[in-house]
Structure formats: C-alpha cells, structure tokens
Design a protein around this ligand. Structure first.
Ligand SMILES: Nc1ncnc2c1ncn2[C@@H]1O[C@H](COP(=O)(O)OP(=O)(O)OP(=O)(O)O)[C@@H](O)[C@H]1O
Ligand SMILES: [Mg+2]
Length: 354
C-alpha cells in the first residue's frame, strides 16, 4: 500500500493476540489499513472475522487478556501503539476517536439521567459552564431527533426505547466532537424500521460534520448506501479493499464473491439464500496459505501453501488472492453475482411494484 498524506488513521501489519486459558488466540493477523480524511469506510465480514477487535485497537479498548502483539497504529502521525496508561488514551478515546456500539447500554450509565450524561461530556470536551452545557445538550438531543428534548432531559435510560437510547449515544459522540467516528453495528439490535431511521440520521450527521467514519456491518445492503470504500475481513485479515463500485461490481477475492452471493437481494423465488459452505478456521493455529482456501471452490494448490501478497487491481482496489497473479488461470466470478447491478435494480423495481 502506498503512503497517503491525507491518511488520518493508519494501521501497519497489526497483530492482535488474546490469552485464553493457556492458549493464544490470534484475532488479527497482520492488518494494514489507511483511513483517509472525510471518507466512510465500511468494514464487512462474517461474525468472528475481527471487525470489532481491529477497531478497538484504535481506542485502546482491548480487554485485559488482549494486546497488539506487533505492528503500529498512527493517528495523525501520533503512534497510538506507543500509548500506555488510561490517561494517555483519554486524550484520544472519545475526544478524537469515538465509538458507537451495537448495544447503547454499554455506553450509558443506567443510574444517571440522560441530560446529565450528555452535559458531563460537553463540559469535559467543550470546556463550557454547566448552564451553557445544559442548553447545548438539549440542542444535541434535538439534533438526533429526540421529541420533546427539554422534557426528556431529566429521564433515565430505562425510560427511553432502544432506538431513542441509540440516538442519545450518537448525541454523546457528537458532543465529544471527534475526528473519527467508529460505528460498530450501530443498528443491528434494533427493529428494521428503527434501523433505517438511525441509519438516515447517521448519514445526515456524517454529511453535516464530515466525520471520517468506520462503519462496521454484516449488512452489505447498507454498505452501498453509506460507504465510499469497503474493506472485507476474513479470519483476522483484510483480504480485499476498494471503492463501493470496485467491491460490488468488480470483486476479486473468492471470499468477497461468497459474501456478495449471500446478499438478501439475490435470494431466489422461494426466498432461499446462498450460504457460504464450511466454517471459519480456528484462530488458535497458525494460518498457512489463504485462510479461505478450505471453503473455496476456486482454491488452487498454492492457496494451501503460501498466503497471497497484495495485488493491485487499480489505484483504489486491491486484493490478497493468487487469482490476481499474472500466471493464474482465468476464472469467472460466480454466475449469481454477475450483472449484480442489474439484478439489484430489478429486485428493487419488483419490490416497488409490490
Ligand atoms: N477478549 C477476548 N478474548 C478472547 N478472544 C476474543 C476476545 N475478544 C474477541 N475475541 C475473539 O476474536 C475474534 C474476533 O472477534 P470480533 O469480536 O472482532 O469479531 P467480529 O468480526 O466483530 O464479529 P461480530 O460480527 O460477531 O461482531 C473472535 O474469534 C472472538 O472470539
Ligand atoms: Mg463485532
């Protein structure tokens, strides 16, 4: 990967390990990533691929049994992997890089009123008086569409619905005025209609504040509507990265092909969806070759022996697959994801008629 001077957050060969009883689990296996100022990067991949663990390293939030075992992470030139204590991290976490988690209650204190929780953050991050902070807090509540914000200021989290609680978490993140916003499946725990509303809110705020955003999701459908770039994770590594167009219409890694084949928009008339065969490999043993090879019908001998380097498809698009080696045989991507654009458009048209 080439160094980009507009990069705001950079990961270089990051390895994360966890101690689990007397064994070591390697959750992240040498990830390199560059986040460019103002862009929205979607991080996708199946459960356990390391999306949350990777982003926790950006805010020093790994659990006590985990560590960045090697590699470096930089935020605007400052080496985050050199930070040690809680105090160092406080200057970054929330203040520069804020996270919105799936479950709003991981971020809210159940026994403190909503208003007080937002006010405290404003006083801390914006250095204003308590009185000014209260007014600002109500403004932020309005901003995230809490009805009758003034009245609800003194209520407790349990008096709010799940969707409303997530709005408050977003308001708190805004009040920190971060540079980078990490959204870790922020809508997964909510009803479908509420999901769409929260997503619209995040999109609107992203446009207004121009946050650099990492958006973690299982839902590739969401990706197309929110992201500029997509990074696909498999078994602790980013195996393909590109613009939304690169990934949806010219995907190159067989794992990305599988992931796209399981898009709900591609279900057949009976609603049956493609599901990826096999199970992800154990993270306790070293990976030899391409981690996806045992599950891939496109695997070649070399995929079981040596891991593929980064092969560039164009300036914005790369993948770690031997299929991109100049001497690899030409293979067609699966039939299901050919003409993806037309298929998704056709499906949407049918749904509109219904
Ligand atoms: N504290 C921990 N101790 C041991 N293993 C951990 C710990 N935290 C995460 N892991 C493991 O690291 C791997 C990556 O987990 P991670 O939570 O990043 O997955 P994910 O891609 O976010 O999945 P999901 O989509 O389900 O949220 C998993 O195998 C998980 O079990
Ligand atoms: Mg996760």
């Amino acid at each position: 990967m080439t160094e980009n001077k507009n990069a705001i957050l950079t990961a270089q060969d990051v390895v994360v390990e966890f101690d689990v009883r007397d064994r070591v689990l390697t959750a992240i296996r040498g990830v390199s990533l560059e986040l460019i100022e103002g862009e929205v990067l979607a991080l996708v991949g199946e459960s356990g691929s390391g999306k949350s663990v990777l982003t926790k390293t950006f805010t020093g939030m790994l659990e006590d049994n985990g560590r960045v075992a090697s590699g470096k992470i930089f935020y605007r030139g400052e080496e985050l992997t050199a930070l040690r204590g809680h105090k160092d991290w406080q200057k970054i976490r929330g203040a520069k890089i804020a996270t919105i988690f799936q479950d709003p209650m991981t971020s809210l204190n159940p026994i403190v009123t909503i208003g007080k929780q937002i006010t405290e953050v404003i006083v801390k991050h914006q250095g204003v008086s308590a009185k000014e902070a209260k007014e600002l807090a109500i403004d932020y509540m309005d901003k995230v569409d809490i009805p009758e914000a003034k009245k609800r200021f003194d209520e407790y989290p349990f008096q709010y619905s799940g969707g409303m609680r997530q709005r408050i978490v977003i308001a708190i993140a805004l009040a920190c005025r971060p540079d980078v916003l990490i959204c870790d499946e922020p809508t997964t725990a909510l009803d479908v209609t509420i999901q769409a509303q929260i997503l619209d809110l995040l999109k609107a705020l992203q446009q207004e504040y121009n946050f650099t955003t990492i958006f973690i999701t299982h839902d590739l459908g969401v990706v197309a509507s929110i992201a500029d770039k997509v990074a696909v994770m498999y078994a602790g590594d980013i195996i393909e990265c590109g613009t939304v167009e690169d990934i949806f219409y010219d995907p190159r890694h067989p794992y990305t092909w599988s992931l796209l084949s399981s898009l709900p928009q591609l279900a057949d008339e009976n609603g049956d969806l493609y599901s990826i065969p096999g199970t992800p490999l154990s993270l306790y043993t070293p990976v030899i070759g391409d981690a996806f090879a045992p599950r891939s019908e496109f695997a070649m001998q070399i995929d079981f022996e040596e891991s593929a380097p980064v092969f560039h498809v164009n300036n914005t698009h790369w993948a770690k697959t031997w299929l991109l080696h100049p001497e690899a045989p030409a293979v067609d991507k699966p039939h299901a994801i050919q003409d993806l654009h037309a298929k998704i458009a056709a499906k949407m048209a049918v749904e509109e008629i219904k």
